[in-house]
Design a protein around this ligand. Structure first.
Ligand code: AMP
Length: 263
């Protein structure tokens, strides 16, 4: 069965694009423990740290690559989201990932997105206010993926802290059998949190971007952090302390960056 899913370039890794095909694969995997990593592609060392952890802790690793349209509240962000499938597959292959699931929107949303998962408390803060509909789109697609993949463990980054808390809350509220595992934020040496969107920064913006994390983790009060960020040319959406973290969202030119540190 799985042989026909393997390609010449990646003889050990299976690439599955059809939901039906995946369900057949899943049936054959039976009770082997599956570690799952959901991504939107343009993979970097942050994503790969999740994959490596999944590889260590499970018999089978499944990674999805899907730029989910329902979680984008900004059309340009969706249009210009970097898509680098071949490079991504090469990285996943090197990591020893067993299955890459690359579903099509039509197959993932047979209901035309009429069924939605909405959290009504935590999702009303921070990112939920600034990106209306984002968390509903995200939770809906994560639930679909967890139901399809049926993993023992699913790995999510602390980089997207509010997202991580919401997924944990959903898993608990809906009695999902998957264990949600939090993974630390992977950063460049200069402190900048790795993100697929960083590749849209100009070289000048890339030089400025590390100040965001430097200030976020400093012991200055929030007001002076905001003032300094503005002086450095950032547009600040928020810097707040919540859920035991200091969280921030800023713009550098056309690119929105988020980050957080433990308090
Ligand atoms: P994305 O492709 O942006 O949807 O991210 C897929 C997963 O990778 C999410 O669980 C993210 O939180 C996680 N992730 C993204 N960037 C990082 C990073 N720098 N360090 C750790 N995890 C990350």
């Amino acid at each position: 069965m799985s042989m026909k899913l393997k390609t010449v370039n990646f003889p050990k890794m299976n690439i599955v694009t059809k939901v039906d095909e995946w369900l057949e694969v899943r049936h054959h995997l039976k009770d082997q423990s599956i570690g799952f990593v959901a991504t939107m592609g343009h993979l970097h060392a942050g994503h790969m740290s999740l994959c490596n952890k999944a590889k260590k802790e499970n018999e089978i690793v499944v990674v999805s690559i899907y730029v989910n349209p329902t979680q984008f509240n900004n059309e340009d962000d969706f249009t210009f989201y970097p898509r680098t499938k071949e490079a991504d597959l090469a990285k996943l292959n090197r990591c020893g990932v067993d299955y890459v699931f690359i579903p099509e929107t039509r197959a993932l949303y047979p209901d035309d997105y009429h069924i939605q998962i909405t959290e009504i408390e935590m999702a009303q803060a921070l990112e939920g206010v600034l990106r209306p509909g984002h968390f509903t789109g995200m939770l809906t697609v994560v639930l679909k993926l967890l139901n399809l993949i049926q993993p023992a463990c699913a790995y999510f980054g602390e980089k997207d802290y509010q997202q991580l808390l919401l997924i944990k809350k959903m898993a608990e509220a809906l009695f999902l059998s998957t264990e949600i595992i939090a993974c630390p934020t992977i950063r460049a040496l200069n402190g900048l949190a790795l993100s697929s969107r960083n590749s849209r920064l100009t070289s000048l913006e890339l030089k400025r971007a590390p100040h965001f994390h430097r200030l976020l983790k400093s012991d200055q009060p929030i007001e002076s952090i905001i003032t300094e960020l503005k002086q450095l040319g950032f547009k600040v959406d928020y810097i707040v302390e919540k859920w035991g973290r200091r969280l921030g969202a800023v713009w550098l030119g056309e690119v929105r960056l988020i980050d957080n540190v433990a308090l």
